[in-house]
Design a protein around this ligand. Sequence first.
Ligand code: DOR
Ligand code: ZN
Length: 437
Amino acid sequence: MAVDLVLSDGILIVNDRETVQSLAIDRGKIQGFYKHGKEPASRKTLDCRGLYILPGLIDIHVHLRDLNQSYKEDYESGTMAAAAGGITTVVDMPNSDPPVLSREVLDRKIKSATSKRYVNVGFYSGIPKDIKSFDTSMVPDILGLKVYPHSPLAKGTIYDSKRIRACLGLARRHNLPLLFHPDSSDKTDIATSKEEFFLIHSCESEIKSLQMFLDAKVEYEAKLHVCHVSCAATARLIIEHRAEHTLTAEVTPHHMLLSGGDFPHSDGHAKMLPPLRSPYDTKMLAQALCQKCAIDCVVSDHAPHSNNEKTAPFLEAASGIPGLETMLPLMLTEVFEGRISWIDFLRCCCSGPAAILGIPNKGILAEGYDADIVLVRRQERYITGTEFYSKAKITPFEGRHVLAKPITTIVGGEIVYHEGAFNVGPGIAGRVPIRKI
Ligand code: DOR
Ligand code: ZN
């Protein structure tokens, strides 16, 4: 019996080493691995000579907007950006307009994403002010609970230790991870200058917030996930608490590769929360990822805004940058230049994120796993925002020299993106919502 697709003679990473093999796909799953010339008969073959065959990346921190903010991004442009960036699964944050605090809004997002998707899409929910009113019918369709202590989704909520405990209790009861944005500033802390903005969202504020969550966590066995660690001291505190395997953490390429001092901050080009830090912080984050195993995953924190919102003067400009189309080239450049191992890349971009959220059958190239795959060419090029499929085209990585380009993206065995073009329309490949084990 012929299989659906053979990816022939590509470069597969086995035990941190490059090997040349063929990979067969059948009915959306990885069917097996073959030596050159031993491949099964197939309905279609892609010649992968010179291309890396990697698991599609799993990005568990993206803001795809849609609904009332479709001018910034919608599920079509956002998931096209993911596919073009070699990312086959994204998990969408709940700070949309309206925010996900009810079944009704979650259903609207699921419906929209289902018809517009090019990749797999999962969701998070926020937590309502009155925790007892949390709609438990959402639980099967979400992968975690996300809270923003400095800017709560539900107006008037205060993240004191009592509230944090209650959130951890809710997460524990439903066996969901609690993700949080570590920032102990207050909504009433309004910056009147750039300097004040950076002081309000300082490393001290990040660490204080993490400490509050760690203190509350002592009583619970809830899984706690620290979003976008940006400071060396935060990474250190995480390392100290690593004995507990229920504590996980993520880092973004921009916090690992860019320092705040490299930008004039006259407008919003490099404005995001948490802000870019010092060269020392970037160095220590890279070290934490490679040596200390403090970091479990890399995420893009894709946070698209319109051109006008990003080109406004710094204080008025929106926080957040697009990241879906820069994460893979940036991270693989680190691999090709020898700063990150293949093992750490695959752990942080593919298997780690799947493990944190309990996403089954993804993140690894193994027999029986979903055929979510990206083919990558080692190629010198420069990041160019105007080429993005995302509606957001302003990136602090503009003009950066990178060494990798996603060539083909396969989602559930379907070739979605190939050589700069989309082979299928929206709503064909991928699943919505992605559910946990
Ligand atoms: O820079 C950011 N942008 N940080 C956040 O926490 C939210 C995000 C957004 O939604 O724009
Ligand atoms: Zn975010």
